[in-house]
Write a protein that binds this ligand. Structure first.
Ligand code: ADP
Length: 372
């Protein structure tokens, strides 16, 4: 039988941070126990407390694992504010954090390139693009992974039609699930939908770190990271703490969405992560009945924005009923309708992204000539 929350709290009674009880420190998230017995929760940590709190995290995990009947235990440090604190806003605080930025994050062994797919706000098709982009790169013969870091609303399980739970390899490593040949990991595989609600607000960054580093990705040419939407502190910390090769920003064509996309570009530029390009989603609507094209949200705004900002434009994805339907059904267009114009649109974006990645690597490898 699965352990209860009270048993978990009982097991934590012996875990301390210095003189203070962990359970009384205000750092503990809600404790989720899913029907299979998996226990997951987070301990919030300030930006510089991770090393100090790692032994506490390990002690908490060990104490719960020692309970009779305990299933897998997933305890994370989250570099976010404690439960109940005021929500963070981007602005001076975020800027100050940039100024105090730690050196570039450590690489993930075996993973050659990590590409963040980001958006200035939710609902613009970031997850849909991440999924189809990963699959399009896979169809080009690359080994590809997808990390669903959209911890507020994980959608990779639905988009890839995956319902299983990742297997635990050894003590801590999780095996990603296979989605049409792409290695997929999502917090949605680990906690059920209701528990996932707990992750809103106070958690985030180090949960993502753990998904990045405690998953057996193996050898990957590219790992696509579906970022949490927006440009707040959580996204900024994430951009700094993951060893990103570069970022793709997705936007719809409306002015308002483009203002948010511009913020997204600025956020990555501040932390010196190359912008690999902007993608315009929901660009042209082709009527399924008469074939007439209309531009419901306007057209070409993202291309002009990319030109203005001096970053590559990777292409347009049409607003298409089949994209929505196949996404909802876990049958992504790139693999289930590969010959269609909308699948080709994703393939073209993937092709330009890959070309850009190689050019970028070439530029980095080139010797720098310094004239004094
Ligand atoms: P985000 O990750 O930015 O929140 P999603 O990828 O979840 O956005 O997309 C939001 C909704 O829009 C989903 O229902 C998705 O199926 C739909 N959608 C995304 N892109 C398109 C498109 N090009 N055509 C039609 N529907 C789309």
């Amino acid at each position: 039988m699965a352990v209860s929350r009270d048993q978990v709290l009982g097991a934590l009674a012996g875990v301390r941070i210095g003189d203070e009880l962990l359970a009384a420190s205000g750092r503990l998230s809600e404790i989720a126990v899913d029907p299979s017995g998996r226990v997951s929760f987070a301990i919030s940590a300030g930006p510089h407390e991770a090393a100090m709190l790692e032994p506490v995290r390990a002690a908490a995990e060990a104490a719960i694992k020692a309970l009779p009947g305990a299933g897998p235990v997933f305890v994370m440090l989250t570099a976010d504010r404690p439960v109940g604190a005021a929500p963070a806003r981007p602005g001076p605080a975020a800027a100050a954090r940039v100024a105090a930025a730690p050196p570039r994050a450590q690489a993930v062994p075996g993973v050659k390139r990590i590409v963040a797919v980001a958006s200035g706000k939710g609902g613009v098709g970031k997850s849909t693009l991440s999924c189809n982009l990963a699959l399009a790169l896979r169809l080009q013969g690359l080994s590809v992974g997808l990390l669903d870091a959209d911890i507020y609303g994980p959608s990779a399980p639905k988009l890839f039609g995956l319902t299983g739970k990742p297997r635990l390899i050894g003590e801590r490593m999780l095996e990603p699930l296979d989605g049409f040949g792409v290695k997929v990991m999502s917090i949605g595989f680990l906690v059920d939908e209701n528990s996932a609600m707990i992750w809103r607000g106070p958690m985030v960054t180090s949960a993502i770190q753990q998904l990045l580093r405690e998953v057996a990705w193996g050898e990957l040419d590219v790992l696509i990271v579906d970022m949490p939407p927006g440009t707040g502190d959580a996204q900024l910390t994430m951009a700094q703490s993951a060893p990103l090769t570069g970022a793709v920003v997705v936007s719809t064509p409306q002015d308002l969405a483009l203002i948010d996309a511009r913020r997204g570009v600025a956020m990555f530029q501040k932390v010196e992560i190359p912008i690999l390009g902007i993608v315009e989603n929901m660009a042209t609507f082709v009527c399924p009945h008469c074939g007439t094209e209309s531009h419901i949200f306007g057209h070409g705004g993202a291309r002009r924005e990319a030109e203005k900002l001096g970053v590559p434009f990777l292409g347009e994805i049409p607003l298409q009923m089949e994209i929505r339907e196949t996404s909802d059904a876990g049958r992504p267009v790139v693999v289930t309708e590969p010959g269609t114009a909308h699948a080709r649109a994703f393939m073209d974006v993937a092709q330009r992204l890959w070309t850009g990645l190689q050019a970028d690597a070439g530029r980095r490898a080139a010797p720098r000539i310094v004239i004094e």
